[in-house]
Each structure stands twice: as C-alpha cells, then as structure tokens.
Ligand binder design. Structure first.
Ligand code: HEM
Length: 413
C-alpha cells in the first residue's frame, strides 16, 4: 500500500472519504502515530484495535478532562466542562454523575423511547412512501433522536426538532451547510452551545414550577455528595445527552441505509430474515463508526505499541480504524449483517462507554425493522452529501426513492 497523505485534522479529507485509506495505512504501518500539527506540536493517533482498547481501559493513565474532540490547541488542557459534564470528567466524580443519569437509560425509558420512535418513524416512512421518496437524512433519520429527546426530557415534538437543529449546528460547526464559512468556527461553537444552554434553562424553569416524569425534574431533586445538583451541572449534562445522542443515532441510521442500498444482497437477506436484526444493527454500527475518534490526555508516561506516550500528550483513539482491524475482525472490509462476534468500538469502551448504547440500539432496531418490513426497497435518487467533520461521520443529505417489490434497480454485489 502506498503511503497516502496523512492529515487527520483536515475535514475535507473526511468528506471525500479519504480517511479510510489514511487509517488503513496507519494501522498497517504506524499504529501509534505521532501526528505533527506545526502549531503546538501535535497529537498521537492510535489506529490498532488492541492499542486503542489499552487506552480506553487505562483510567488512571489517561484523562477525559480535555473534552472528547481535538480543539484549537493540541496541549492537554482542561475543557471548561471538566468536572461538570460526564464525558469530560474523570474518576471519582465521573461515577457519581453517571449513577444519577442512569435513570434516563433504564428499561422503562427504553420502552418509552421505543414507543415514541415507532410512532414517528412509521409516520415518516408512510409519508415517504406516499411521496415516492424523501431525503432520508432530514425526513426520517432525525425522528430517532426526536423520539428519544421527547421521552427523556418531556419536551414537545417541535421543541425536540428545534434542539436537534442546534445540536446539528454544534456538531456541524465546520460545515458550510450549517454555518457561514466567514464566521469564526470557535465563535459558532460557543454561540451554539449558549443556545443549547438557553433551551435547557427554559425547560428547567418550567420544570421547577411543574415537575414531570422526565430527567430534568429528576435532577432538580437529586443530590450528589450530599448537596443538590447545581444549575450548571444539570445544563452541561443535558447538553451531553443531547449532543451525544442526536447526531450519532441519526447519522448512523443514514450510513446504515446507504450501506444496505450499496449491498443489495445483504439488504435482501435482512428483508427475508427478521432474526438478523440484532447482528445487522451491530454491523451497521461497526461499518459506519459514526464517532470517528475520541480524545484523551496522558496523565503519566505510558508505553503503547513500543512508543512512549509522555504525560501531558494529547491522544486520539480512532474507533473508525479499530473497527476495520483485521487482527480483530475476519474480512473487516466486508459488510456482513450476520457477523458474530462483533466487538466493535463504535460506543467506545471502559468507564465512558456510551451510556446511551442500549437506547441507540433500540432506536436503530425500530428503524431497521420498519425498513426491512416495507413492501419496497430504497434506492439512491441523488448525490449523497457528507458532513464536513473529522470527528463525526455524518450524512446531511440522503435522497432516496422506493422501488417495487423485487427491488428493481438492485445491482449484484
Ligand atoms: C449510534 C449512536 C451512538 C454512538 C456511535 C455513540 C458513541 C459514543 C462514544 C464513542 C462514546 C464514548 C466517549 C468517550 O469515551 O470519550 C459515547 C459516550 C456517551 N454517549 Fe453516546 N453514542 C451513541 C448514542 C448515544 C445516545 C442515543 C445518547 C443519549 C441519548 C448518548 C449519550 C452519550 C453520553 C452522555 C456519553 C458520555 C458517557 C460517559 O462519559 O460516561 N450516546 N457515545
């Protein structure tokens, strides 16, 4: 394999899907790679499944407190949300926050989310069928987080979609579809975060007066270490759940449908074999690797894969690469809905492993069960538009039409 140009910070390479070649080359040749940035030095990019797992599971050697994303600085600095927002908090505080947020992901909540998402997805698919097609990214996939947000926070359908608009802009802060390229990226990010805070501050005011069976009413009564939660803690963690869940689940839904359309044999299998659904959802998660990487900061010197990572260094864990590692997965470049075992790292691993994983499985299972049960198959009807981001593998437009019973237009694999 010839060495591709490796620049893991350039979002345009991700739009053009060049990251697959970059990550494959690194995994083969330099799985613990020092990525020069020319500014503050650089960061480590880990691409092997084993090396990445080692960091995920070493909670004393690596910190989450510089936030999950590469920022303007490549020094290991604390994010303003460190110690307040679960994803950017280390032990022992992380455990206290997580215990209290678990309610939002209980069996009862999964049932409520399944009901809400089923209702919304059924309506959206019926509308798409009646119209002969739709933009799946905006007309169907966003109904997944809408249902989850409504069930968890008790807000209306319209408010849930307003919130999704904001989280989409936050994750898409480098994409001209969501922001004006003339605007300062950092400023856009800060302003969108302020809008999300204001959204939840308003819900909080309403719940103080009229509590309900929702997460915010619950956090208003909760105690952590013998004191009430501060307003900042509530707002940061509501934002964590919204940003953590809105784009990831809907973008995974888009990648999943696109993969099915691109693999008609697998699509047909799923339609004929309902028992394939669970493994199919996992394969869609592995294949899409929506959260391309997460970030950590080294707290001490640690040797990984023969390289010495120094205390204070920034480290990135490329889930998207671990999920294609041939040492872990047989034929990793094959999209195989029956793949078992399938220990993908799309939800991360260790203490910060996605708290919404079961909720996402629920949303995606509802969606793909409904899609597999349709009397017709989807086909692309226009160009796919990808999110300009090196952090989230997103699809912002996925135009589809629905074909006849035998899926006319299918091409052999
Ligand atoms: C396909 C869907 C999803 C993917 C691919 C995904 C991915 C991830 C990953 C990789 C992490 C680990 C971050 C780290 O280690 O730093 C994470 C954590 C998290 N996710 Fe998800 N996620 C998904 C769905 C959801 C949903 C539906 C929610 C909530 C409704 C959610 C909320 C969170 C939160 C709050 C955390 C932080 C957990 C902690 O720090 O302990 N995610 N997610």
């Amino acid at each position: 394999m010839t060495r591709p140009v490796v620049d893991l910070t350039d979002p345009d390479r991700f739009v053009r899907q060049e990251h697959h070649a970059m990550l494959a080359w690194l995994r083969e040749n330099d799985p613990v790679h020092w990525h020069e940035t020319g500014q503050d030095g650089g960061f480590w990019a880990l691409t092997g499944y084993e090396e990445i797992s080692q960091v995920y599971l070493d909670h004393t050697g690596f910190s989450s407190e510089s936030g999950p994303m590469l920022g303007g600085s490549f020094r290991s600095e604390k994010d303003p949300s460190a110690g307040l927002m679960m994803v950017a908090t280390d032990l022992p505080r992380h455990r206290m926050i997580r215990q209290q947020l678990h309610w939002a992901f209980s069996q009862d909540m999964l049932r409520r989310v399944a009901e809400q998402v089923t209702r919304l997805v059924t309506t959206a698919l019926e509308r798409a069928l009646a119209d002969g097609g739709c933009d799946f990214a905006t007309d169907v996939a966003t109904e997944l987080p809408a249902g989850a947000v409504m069930a968890i926070t008790g807000v209306s359908y319209r408010d849930a979609h307003d919130l999704i608009g904001m989280t989409r802009r936050m994750i898409g802060f480098r994409d001209p579809h969501f922001t004006d390229p003339a605007e300062d990226e950092r400023l856009v990010l800060a302003m969108t975060q302020a809008d999300i805070f204001e959204f939840f501050a308003e819900v909080l005011r309403a719940r103080r007066k009229n509590p309900g069976p929702d997460l915010i009413s619950r956090l208003l009564k909760a105690e952590m270490n013998g004191r009430a939660w501060t307003e900042d803690e509530i707002l940061y963690n509501c934002m964590n759940i919204a940003v953590g869940g809105n784009e990831t689940s809907s973008y995974t839904a888009c990648s999943g449908l696109e993969a099915l359309i691109g693999h008609p044999g697998q699509y047909a299998e799923l339609r004929q074999t309902p028992g394939l659904l669970d493994s199919a959802v996992n394969e869609i998660l592995r294949w899409s690797s929506t959260n391309l990487y997460v970030r950590r900061g080294a707290l001490r010197d640690v040797e990984i894969g023969g390289r010495m990572i120094r205390s204070g260094d920034v480290v990135t864990l490329w889930n998207a690469s671990a999920n294609r590692d041939a040492k872990q997965f047989t034929d990793p470049e094959t999209f195989d809905l029956a793949r078992t075992p399938n220990r993908h790292l799309s939800y991360g691993a260790g203490l910060h492993r996605c708290i919404g994983a079961m909720l996402a499985q629920t949303e995606l299972s509802v969606l793909f069960r409904a899609i597999a049960g349709l009397p017709v198959t989807a086909a692309l009807s226009g160009p796919v538009q990808r999110l300009r981001s090196n952090f989230i593998n997103g699809t912002i437009s996925l135009p589809v039409t629905f074909h006849g019973r035998n899926g006319t237009g299918d091409r052999p694999e």
